[in-house]
Design a protein around this ligand. Structure first.
Ligand SMILES: C[S@@+](CC[C@H](N)C(=O)[O-])C[C@H]1O[C@@H](n2cnc3c(N)ncnc32)[C@H](O)[C@@H]1O
Length: 192
């Protein structure tokens, strides 16, 4: 997964390897064995593999059959189920996951607001959401990528606005790469 580590290093403008990303995620989210997680836009399965190594059951979902095949080739844990899904309208049940990981899928999805709304819906009260995305700089490179490549870039204030039921616990920026950790508030009648 060299491309993945290199792309993050390029985007963040400083060495940022997969080990550092894995440690940041595990340190913040502390996923527990037997929890059920959704890896949203799993691509080659980086977060799915990290979660399975902790003993979590993972639904690794992507709308690209080719990327799902690549993920299955790289990550062979029996704790990972693979699903061809558009997570903007997945049909997954409400409150069915303890956690959701999003490694840069927010930048690629067609309707990012709808995507985040769906992820908040499938998260149980008390569950956690991990976002990694390329933040907006307003520079000409990003403008070209938005116009020609259909990519989207965000300010942290924007992600927070899309997630009114969630509370941001942590935000960390390395160059243009933004990491955020949210918790879904428990309702007044919900036992955590
Ligand atoms: C940047 S890659 C993800 C990288 C991966 N999460 C990681 O951390 O290494 C974005 C992936 O999201 C998938 N994707 C984009 N929009 C999606 C959507 N609405 N539902 C599911 N997958 C989506 C793409 O097919 C692509 O494989």
């Amino acid at each position: 997964m060299l491309w993945r580590a290199q792309s993050l290093t390029l985007l963040s403008g400083q060495p940022f390897g997969l080990e550092r990303e894995r440690a940041l995620f595990l340190g913040q989210c502390r996923p527990q064995a037997a929890e059920r997680w959704l890896d949203a836009g799993t691509s080659a399965g980086f977060y799915a593999g990290v979660l399975a190594a902790q003993g979590c059951a993972v639904l690794a979902a992507d709308l690209s059959p080719a990327m799902l095949r690549e993920g299955q080739r790289r990550e062979t844990s029996p704790l990972i189920d693979w699903a061809l899904l558009n997570l903007e309208s997945s049909g997954l049940p409400d409150a069915s996951f303890d956690g959701v990981t999003v490694g840069a899928t927010l930048n690629e999805t067609n309707d990012p607001a709808r995507f985040l709304g769906e992820l908040a819906r499938v998260l149980r009260p008390g569950g956690q959401l991990w976002l990694m995305y390329v933040a907006r700089t307003g520079g000409p490179g990003q403008t070209a990528l938005s116009t020609l490549g259909g990519l989207n870039f965000f300010d942290p204030a924007w992600t927070g606005l899309q997630l009114p039921q969630l509370r941001r616990r942590m935000a960390f920026r390395s160059g243009n790469v933004q990491f955020e950790h949210f918790l879904k508030e428990a309702g007044p009648d919900t036992d955590l």
